[in-house]
Design a protein around this ligand. Structure first.
Ligand code: WT7
Length: 653
């Protein structure tokens, strides 16, 4: 049986930026053979106060010296100038952001001119609080326009923003503030979630207290009034957004930034240790997010584009704010959740704004698929021209449902593989040029040179299965781990000398299409959110009754992967339902609700080697019911442990 391939209808192809496979190939080859020429053409489409001296300088090999990645060196620009000022003349009155609030009927359209004024005004507030170029500003906010305004205001004056997803706990927030010593925190009183208002400022207070105990003072906390709930405002530190902006002018000159000055930090989980501060710099990130946005979503003037991500994650940074705005797009920012007030919300919203490009995550598709297609059929989705998927491999069933019921078998689906570290999309279809196969991210974007390696780091040819690595830098690549370049080198460049190691496994088929098979390290992907198993383990063992914990991912129908925790208690403690809920609560407090284990398995002991190393391979097999393929357990210090774990597991599931 030949594989299903989707070739987008000709009526869309006529106006597409890239129309055919030949065109893609020609541009791709140029981008790889003559990267400097290619990226010069791309970067020339942006405004530069001073042009660069060299397009690309890099060292990708630890054995040759420190890892170094630079793009457009010597160039001076400002990303907000490119996202706002340069559009004022031609599209000042065009809508830049459509804000779709949590409740039906609550929305706002913000033009480029208005957004420009809001950004200038808030940039002046930041300046009045002493924020200068290079200072770090933490942002802990729901999906409200002020969030985008704060990012752009920071970028305008050269401050480095560090957004912490609103679902993270006070502990997680304080760790992130401390790591980069943020001077100011911007937050809101609360968050609207479905029918209720959930407080946020209390978490911010706790986080700031924790920072103070560690000797770091957050000098100022700006609070947006979102829910009108009661909050404590600390004298001399906390101020209201609406009061602060009143006194400020709507004019704020941009700070011209070196292309390699930092733009933002975004924390992400890895195999080991605490989350890393992924640092992106101004010039390369700007060019890469703008160009990928235009080609991959085939964005044209007057289109309405919607990415459902939260700006707390990289997807929102790159494809709600920076990429779309630098291209003069109209971008929707959605505050709510897919199932409020009912599971038709996404489709009602597509219908309401006549959305042309819709970009979401497989976990959302699976959750809505489970509610039945009647929710989709209720609405007119004929405005849609393209669908996107991001965050985890999309299983063929979800792909087909999305394709059939949402895209009505006429919209191409771009399955976009990328990472917080890559800044922008790396492997994806170009909607009208590259035919799609359900579950494959298809082919590399311009300038991306992927390779599949075997365990020894040898590049594999043709159709094969291997470890995904990238051979040369691209402009959107992270430059360093904030304040810890050594960690950057170690995590991404030490494993395979001369390559960027992505952490994913991947298969390449006969057509050269890439199929991401999932992480090859101790990172799991829960609802498209990356989680280090080590982080969850360390949260668990910080509970007084826990002696040891081993956390692994297991297949989950909606979330993609769920969190399975094997927990050994201290001798004085006994397993109980109460302790089980206590442990879940404890993890929520330490990290946030997204890290809550789905299954906690109280294990009398864990399988270990004689040298004391936990055999995760065996735990993974147990959690996925693969009792027959446990492999060699004779090297265990106590092979008996395995039998009792299997018994326990069967009772639990
Ligand atoms: C990891 C990166 C990129 C924004 C959202 C996640 C997985 C991401 C895909 C995809 C298969 C994917 C990978 C990657 N992933 N997109 N289209 N197909 N897997 O960003 O939190 O940095 O996570 O998400 O495992 O390494 P992130």
């Amino acid at each position: 049986m030949s594989e299903f391939k989707f070739h987008a209808p000709d009526e869309y192809r006529k106006n597409a930026w890239i129309k055919t496979m030949d065109e893609y190939k020609q541009m791709y080859d140029q981008s790889i053979e003559k990267p400097e020429e290619f990226w010069t053409q791309m970067a020339d489409q942006f405004y530069w106060e001073k042009r660069w001296d060299s397009v690309r300088d890099y060292n990708y090999s630890i054995s040759k010296g420190p890892i170094n990645i630079e793009w457009f060196k010597g160039g001076k620009t400002n990303i907000t100038y490119n996202c706002l000022d340069r559009h004022l003349k031609d599209r000042g009155d065009q809508t830049a952001l459509i804000w779709e609030g949590n409740s039906i009927g609550e929305d706002r359209e913000i033009s480029y001119k208005e957004l420009y004024e809001m950004v200038c005004q808030f940039a002046n507030v930041l300046k009045s609080k002493g924020v200068q170029k290079g200072d770090r500003v933490a942002i802990y906010m729901p999906m409200i326009p002020e969030l985008a305004v704060t990012m752009l205001a920071c970028a305008r004056i050269g401050a480095i923003h560090s957004i912490v997803f609103g679902g993270f706990s006070a502990d997680a927030l304080s760790n992130r503030i401390l790591d980069s010593l943020c001077k100011v925190l911007v937050t809101s009183d609360g968050v609207m979630r479905g029918a209720k208002a959930v407080p946020l400022k209390g978490n911010a207070d706790t986080a700031m207290d924790l920072c103070e105990k560690q000797g770091h003072l957050v000098e100022c906390c700006v609070v947006v009034n979102r829910t009108g709930s009661e909050v404590e405002m600390k004298q001399g530190r906390d101020v209201w957004w609406h009061e602060q902006i009143q006194a400020q002018s709507m004019d704020c000159p941009v700070e011209w930034m070196d292309a390699e000055d930092p733009l933002f930090i975004l924390y992400t989980s890895g195999s080991t240790g605490t989350p890393k501060g992924v640092q992106h710099n101004v010039g390369g990130y700007m060019v890469y997010t703008g160009i990928t946005f235009r080609y991959i979503f085939d964005y044209h003037d007057n289109d309405i584009y919607w990415c459902t991500a939260d700006i707390g994650w990289v997807t929102g940074h790159s494809y709600i704010v920076y990429g779309p705005l630098s291209q003069g797009a109209t971008s929707i920012m959605f505050e709510g959740v897919p199932n409020y007030p009912d599971p038709g919300r996404f489709w009602a919203t597509v219908d309401k704004w006549k959305v042309n490009q819709f970009y979401t995550a497989p976990t959302a598709i699976r959750a809505l698929m489970a509610q039945g297609e009647q929710w989709v059929e209720k609405y007119d989705l004929s405005s849609l021209r393209l669908l996107g998927s991001v965050g985890e491999p999309i299983n063929p069933e979800a792909w087909k449902w999305y394709f059939k019921h949402v895209g009505k078998e006429r919209c191409p689906i771009v399955d976009t593989w990328w990472q917080t570290e890559t800044g922008g999309i790396m492997i994806t279809a170009l909607p009208y040029a590259i035919d799609q196969k359900p579950g494959s991210a298809t082919l590399p974007f311009f300038g991306v040179n992927p390779v599949l390696l075997n365990e020894e780091g040898k590049p594999l040819e043709g159709a094969c299965d291997g470890i995904l690595a990238i051979q040369e830098p691209w402009p959107g690549q992270m430059r360093t781990v904030y304040n810890n370049h050594e960690r950057f080198e170690k995590v991404y460049f030490q494993m395979f000398d001369g390559y960027y190691f992505a952490g994913d496994g991947c298969r390449r088929d006969e057509d050269g299409y890439y199929w991401i098979t999932g992480r090859v390290d101790d990172v799991i992907n829960v609802s498209g959110h990356r989680m280090g198993t080590a982080e969850v383990e360390s949260a668990l063992v910080s509970h007084k009754e826990v002696a040891e914990a081993a956390v692994i991912g297991f297949p989950h129908d909606i979330k993609g992967q769920g969190i399975y925790a094997f927990v050994t208690l201290n001798v004085s403690a006994t397993p109980s339902d109460e302790l089980l809920s206590q442990l879940k609560l404890h993890v929520r407090k330490e990290i946030g609700p997204i890290a809550t284990p789905d299954i906690i398995h109280f294990a009398p002991a864990l399988p270990k080697t004689r040298s004391g190393k936990i055999m995760r391979r065996i735990l993974r097999k147990i959690a996925t019911d693969e009792f027959d393929s446990l492999g060699d357990i004779s090297t265990l210090a106590d092979p008996e442990v395995v039998g009792s774990l299997i018994e326990n597991h069967k009772e639990l599931t």
